[in-house]
Design a protein around this ligand. Structure first.
Ligand code: TRP
Length: 447
């Protein structure tokens, strides 16, 4: 077997995986879902899922990738056959690879909105009343050309990084963007604390009110914990396949989860401080950071610079995540269809780009097409986050917990016997049980 390319170090792996994990999920999705799902109830349950289910699943996916050494489908198959199991387990890789491209389709459209706003801040556009801010966002949604243009720019950036390869593309992009992102985020949180209302933001996010917990909150917290850790889509499997043997999988997973939590909380604090500081409501939905924040930027000292920096940060975060969504299928095209990396990245990108164009239309000329009362954008988001990711997570947990032989897993997961047991118990019972219960609840099977 030829030597597989690897990240240059253990920390490089941790960095790129944090890069995948930290994205629109933390900065756009987390605040708006927390804002509409009662704040702290959602936040607390989300943290609980990340620690209890997220970390063990991260470890499971990294293990499959590193053991199977290949794109998600081959990695899952190799790991299965090594344990004497059916090669059909490659299916969990397949659903992931396809799912990742579907997510990228709408992810890139949302990232395009950010590109659009970054530009608008830079040229000094001001959204100085609620009407202007809301109308500004609505005008963007109503304009398919502008949406498609920004979506295309973002997709081109993503394809460009992937085409350059694993180390000189993905790793290098992350080495530049992630430190910049952390720095900007700290700066912005400080700024938010000075000009905004951090106290109220902290109350909103952390005052635990058990009465706010309901099915929807729990299901969306579980879905979001998967989304924000990039789980269930083969992404972690393929990143893990470039992870050096001998480095600790548990160590890396804990770091990735903690960094994701930290960025989400910091971004939430910054965003809600501003939201409350300027007397706005936190539950405006998907447009939260695009309607509420530009309004606050227009009124704060240094708002134009602040606003530009903020959107630049979001672009960085989204870019390193989008790259990770494109990698699983690109790796398959290179390894199985014999394409060059550049051609593979372009072909996979083309698929997501076309889907994204449909998403751009779903806000305007196709807005009356609805399935289950959802337009294409909402449908893709719901399908991937609330259905495909948890189900795939369930399959991964089952696979690693029950199907992979103990000595194979033991070989990769270098933990003390006791910690290894804990990990296995979570994968075998706790994670599947949690996912199944919540599913049954959401389908109305449990009263
Ligand atoms: N985790 C990223 C975010 O929070 C999005 C993402 C990247 C993702 N790769 C993924 C989500 C794989 C699910 C699966 O923005």
């Amino acid at each position: 077997m030829t030597e597989r390319i690897t990240w240059t170090s253990r920390w490089a792996f941790i960095l790129v995986t944090i890069g995948s994990s930290v994205g629109l999920g933390n900065i756009w999705r987390f605040p708006y879902i927390a804002g509409t799902q009662g704040g702290s109830a959602f936040v607390v349950i989300y943290l609980f899922f990340v620690l209890l289910v997220g970390i063990p699943l991260l470890m499971a996916e990294i293990m499959i990738g590193r053991r199977g050494r290949g794109n998600p489908a081959d990695a899952a198959r190799n790991t299965a056959t090594e344990s004497g199991r059916s090669p059909w387990w490659s299916l969990i890789g397949w659903t992931g690879m396809i799912g990742a491209l579907v997510i990228l389709g709408y992810y890139s459209v949302v990232a395009g909105w950010i590109v659009d706003y970054f530009w608008k801040m830079l040229i000094g556009m001001r959204f100085d009343s609620q009407e202007v801010a809301v109308a500004g966002f609505a005008a963007l949604q109503a304009n398919p050309i502008e949406l498609i243009l920004c979506h295309s720019i973002f997709m081109a950036l993503t394809v460009a990084v992937i085409a350059r390869g694993v180390v000189s593309g993905i790793e290098r992009a992350n080495r530049i963007m992630m430190p910049a992102l952390f720095l900007l985020l700290l700066l912005l949180t400080l700024w938010g604390g000075i000009v905004g209302d951090m106290k109220q933001a902290a109350h909103f996010m952390f005052d635990f009110k058990p009465g706010d917990i309901n099915r929807e909150v729990v299901l969306s917290a579980l879905g979001h914990s998967f989304f924000s850790l990039s789980l269930g889509m083969g992404v972690i499997i393929v990143y893990g396949s470039y992870f050096k043997r001998g480095s600790s999988i548990a160590f890396a997973s804990v770091w990735v989860a903690l960094a994701g939590i930290m960025v989400g909380l910091l971004a939430g604090l910054a965003i809600f401080s501003l939201t409350f500081g300027y007397g706005l409501e936190p539950d405006s939905g998907a447009g939260l950071i695009l309607q509420t924040l530009p309004l606050t930027f227009a009124h704060m000292p240094g708002g134009r610079i602040f606003g530009s920096l903020f959107f630049l940060l979001v672009i960085f975060a989204a870019w390193t995540s989008a790259v990770s969504l494109l990698e699983p299928f690109t790796a398959w095209l290179v390894e199985r269809a014999g394409l060059t990396r550049a051609k593979a990245a372009l072909s996979a990108g083309l698929f997501s780009w076309l889907l994204g164009i449909g998403v751009c239309f779903s806000f305007n000329i196709w807005s009356e097409y609805r399935w289950f009362e959802k337009n294409l954008f909402e449908l893709l988001d719901f399908w991937s986050t609330s259905i495909a990711m948890p189900l795939n997570g369930l399959a991964v947990a089952f696979f690693v917990g029950w199907v992979v032989r103990r000595h194979v897993a033991r070989d990769e997961i270098a933990l003390s016997d006791r910690m290894f047991k804990v990990w296995q118990v979570v994968l075998r019972y706790l994670a599947p049980l949690a996912i199944l219960l919540i599913f049954a609840h959401s389908l109305g099977l449990l009263a």
